[in-house]
Design a protein around this ligand. Structure first.
Ligand code: NI
Length: 230
C-alpha cells in the first residue's frame, strides 16, 4: 500500500524548516547506507546529530502524531528519527531495498523497518527528475509531491530516486516500525477505518446505521487485537 499524505506540515512550517536545513552542514550520504545500497547511492545528508536535523525531526514527529491519515495508515510503534537528504547535479539513488533492521542512533534500540517515509521540502517545479519510483506488486509508481506532503510505502519494496538534472531536491526520510508487520493486514485495517469514518461522518444518533457502525468499530478493534505486536 502506497499512501500520499497532503499537508503534513503547513506551508509556513515547511518554509521555516527549509531555512534551517539549507543552513546546515551536509555530508556524503553513503555513510548511512548498507554495503549494497552504498553502491547505488549518490547524494548528501545532514548528520543525525546536527541541531537542525534534531529540531526539524522533532517538528515532523509532532506533526505526524496528530495526523489522522498517518496514524491510521501506519499504526506506528517505533520511529527512526527523521534524516535529510539532497540531490542535485545529476545525483541519484539507484534501485535498492532499505535495510530491514536499523539501530536508533545513540541508543542500543533497534527497530524493524516496516514502512519507509519521504517528506518533501522542495516544490516539484524547483527541480527536474528526482522522482521516487516505488516497485509495487501492481507495477511501479512514480512519486513527486509538493513541499510539506509525504509518501508512506512498504519498506519491503524496491525503489529508486531518478537523477536530479536541474535544481535540487531536499527531502526528509525515515522509517516506522508498525504494530502491524504485514502490509496486507495494515491495508485491510486502513480501508476499514476509512469506511467507518465515512459512514459515521453524518449519522444522526439512534439509527440502525449507527448500530452497524459501532459493530464495525468492534470488528476493527478485534482485528487489531489479533494482529498487533507491541
Ligand atoms: Ni531507500
Amino acid at each position: 500500500m502506497i499512501v500520499c499524505i497532503p499537508d503534513v506540515l503547513s506551508p509556513e512550517k515547511t518554509k521555516e524548516f527549509r531555512r534551517e536545513l539549507d543552513a546546515a552542514d551536509w555530508e556524503d550520504g553513503k555513510s548511512t547506507a548498507g554495503h549494497m545500497a552504498a553502491k547505488a547511492k549518490d547524494n548528501v545528508q545532514i548528520p543525525a546529530t546536527h541541531p537542525a536535523a534534531r529540531l526539524v525531526g522533532e517538528g515532523i514527529m509532532r506533526a505526524l502524531t496528530i495526523n489522522p491519515t498517518f496514524m491510521s495508515a501506519a499504526i506506528p510503534l517505533h520511529f527512526l528519527p527523521p534524516m535529510f537528504n539532497r540531490y542535485s547535479g545529476g545525483q541519484t539513488y539507484g534501485t535498492h531495498i532499505d535495510s530491514a533492521i536499523r539501530q536508533i542512533p545513540g541508543t542500543g534500540h533497534r527497530i524493524r523497518t516496516d514502512l519507509s517515509c519521504t517528506l518533501f521540502f522542495s516544490e516539484p517545479d524547483e527541480y527536474d527528475g528526482g522522482e521516487l519510483v516505488i516497485e509495487d506488486t501492481y507495477g511501479s509508481k512514480s512519486v513527486k509531491l509538493p513541499a510539506g506532503h509525504m509518501v508512506l510505502y512498504p519498506a519491503t519494496s524496491l525503489h529508486r530516486v531518478t537523477p536530479v538534472t536541474r535544481g535540487s531536491r531536499l527531502c526528509s526520510f525515515f522509517w516506522v516500525q508498525s504494530m502491524i508487520r504485514s502490509d496486507e493486514q495494515r491495508s485491510v485495517l486502513f480501508d476499514l477505518d476509512l469506511a467507518i469514518q465515512r459512514l459515521t461522518a453524518n449519522l444522526p444518533d439512534n439509527n440502525h446505521a449507527n448500530q452497524s457502525a459501532v459493530q464495525l468499530t468492534g470488528v476493527y478493534h478485534n482485528l487489531l487485537r489479533q494482529w498487533a505486536d507491541l
